[in-house]
Design a protein. Structure first.
Length: 303
């Protein structure tokens, strides 16, 4: 299962009851954080989740409302006795920006490993899942991310017995490993059915709507997308600032065939995003206005 928490929903600046946009997921004892604006560690603590288990931080782009909370977060992780390496992924230049912010967070007890992105699309294997990064269209280089948990085929015990595979090899074969035992080599295809549907979450903010987004979000269980402005009358301003209105995000969700859309990254001028939820639902019925610490646990289809 994958726990998903939309930590904050504000764009540009935090508001008294709206933290800056960030997302956190938990899977198999490891946590992923996407964006780290001012106050991110506060809303993580308010949710009751642990900073210590964050192993990967993805930065969409290096505007302050998406990376400005990094020094405080790193210091808090250090104070939680973390010693394991931390990976930070982001567009080219993210290391320079992060290291500059770390002037006030020196001497961390853990290593930071950077992965800078320059490709239009890149797939990265992480802690038991695949992370896909794809280029967006903003005023600076910006990336969206998909977290994908793959699921192998169902284990067929009858086939394993017919092939006289030792019980000691079953567990490793279920994990997709090739096993050598009793002088024979056993491969997963001998006992596994076709791959089953996994879990996919796509996160996309600070961009104009482009076909690449729908392509990369295709079939997602949850699509979290910016909706800077609710009223379609702000389309002109959204184009100027390289952002989206609710209808843009809803059209991407429809075209991508996702199960559910959460809107986020609201302009400070959008006081009541809920008032425009129906505008998005007219295009994609399963659209929902996000709110701080909106949470869901995603499971495999047959669980």
């Amino acid at each position: 299962m994958l726990d998903v928490c939309l930590l904050g929903t504000s764009g540009m600046m935090p508001l008294p009851r709206r933290h800056l946009t960030a997302l956190m997921t938990r899977y198999n004892g490891s946590s992923l954080l996407i964006d780290c604006g001012e106050g991110t560690q506060v809303t993580i603590r308010a949710q009751g989740w642990s900073l210590h288990d964050v192993d990967v931080i993805c930065i969409t782009h290096v505007h302050g409302d998406h990376i400005g909370g990094l020094p405080g977060l790193l210091l808090s992780m250090a104070n939680s006795d973390r010693t394991e390496p931390l990976t930070i992924i982001g567009p080219s230049g993210v290391k320079k920006v992060a290291d500059s912010l770390r002037i006030i967070a020196p001497g961390l007890p853990f290593e930071i490993r950077y992965k800078e992105l320059s490709e239009e699309f890149l797939s990265i294997e992480c802690d038991g899942y695949t992370l896909e990064a794809f280029r967006l269209k903003h005023t600076v280089t910006c990336y969206g991310y998909s977290q994908i948990i793959h699921r192998g085929g169902r284990f067929d015990a009858d086939r394993a017995r017919e092939a006289e595979i030792p019980l000691s090899a079953w567990s490793r074969l279920q994990k997709g490993e090739t096993v050598e035992a009793e002088g024979r080599v056993f491969t997963p295809d001998m006992v596994l059915g076709p791959p089953r549907k996994g879990i996919k979450v796509t996160y996309c903010t600070d961009t104009r709507p482009i076909p690449k987004i729908a392509e990369c979000a295709a079939g997602a269980d949850l699509f979290i997308c910016e909706g800077m402005y609710g009223d379609p009358e702000f389309t002109g301003k959204a184009k100027e600032k390289k952002h989206m209105v609710f209808t843009d995000a809803a059209a991407l969700a429809r075209d991508a065939g996702v199960k559910e859309l959460w809107l986020t990254h609201f302009s400070p001028s959008l006081i009541r995003p809920k008032d425009y939820e129906q505008v998005a639902r007219e295009i994609f019925p399963n659209s929902h206005v996000g709110k701080d610490r909106k949470t869901v646990t995603l499971t495999f289809d047959d669980e």
